[in-house]
Write a new protein. Structure first.
Length: 236
């Protein structure tokens, strides 16, 4: 356990998708030491667990100045939680909007669980700053992506750990087009190419079809957001 807390270190919640890859690049431009944590909760798009390793490896290769700052990665097995919080992301249920106004892909409390576990790992590693890709603008109806939710969670972690706790959400108020724009500002065309080729967003786990914006089925909500954001960004 690292008992000294570093304000120059950050732990990124890293799924291997477009948003978390952009957040990882964002953190690498701001912190001296950056580590990553991922979660296997039985998601049907489990291919993202492979994608995240490809993203990390290529990020280190293409951006050597970031590679020196990128530290350890931890994968946490949360399959039990995924089975308990069954949804269209963890089972074969249809991806649709439900009567309660939430999409069937909503995994109850997912970000709250992720942040709690990440904070425990960060505590052990002497890191009080967590970085996540939660986005209120394009949150697709997920209440655990809202800014108020994240602020409340940060306060709960601070009280529960009895030490400072920060949750940085650089994408919170950005549209998907602006997230593409941010990625380009952080790493130029090289980072855009890396995100297109290696990151994974599609809820159905489709990687047989490559579009100009990346791999995916092209019809699920995640693909639609990514595709529409790409086209809007390219038009500007």
């Amino acid at each position: 356990m690292n008992t000294s807390v570093s304000s120059r270190a950050a732990l990124v919640l890293f799924s291997g998708g477009q948003d978390s890859t952009t957040c990882l690049a964002w953190a690498l431009t701001r912190y001296d030491r950056v580590e990553t944590v991922g979660f296997d909760y039985g998601q049907r798009h489990g291919v993202e667990l492979i994608a995240r390793q490809h993203v990390r490896r290529n990020l280190q290769k293409i951006f050597p100045h970031w590679a020196a700052r990128l530290g350890d990665d931890l994968m946490v097995n949360l399959s039990g939680y995924g089975a308990l919080a069954e949804s269209a992301l963890t089972g074969d249920a249809e991806i649709r909007m439900q009567e309660n106004g939430l999409p069937s892909t909503f995994v109850p409390g997912r970000n709250l669980v992720f942040l709690t576990i990440a904070s425990a790992h960060g505590y052990r590693r002497g890191m009080d700053t967590l970085v996540g890709g939660m986005c209120q603008t394009d949150h697709s109806g997920y209440p655990d992506c809202r800014e108020d939710t994240i602020k409340a969670q940060a306060l709960a972690l601070k009280l529960g750990l009895d030490r400072p706790a920060q949750i940085k959400t650089p994408l919170m108020h950005l549209t998907k087009a602006e997230i593409w724009m941010l990625a380009h500002a952080l790493g130029g065309q090289a980072l855009i190419d890396l995100i297109v080729e290696h990151s994974h967003t599609c809820y159905r786990g489709e990687r047989d079809v490559r579009h100009d914006w990346g791999y995916g089925c092209g019809t699920c909500p995640a693909c639609q957001l990514r595709k529409n954001g790409w086209r809007e960004w390219r038009m500007t």
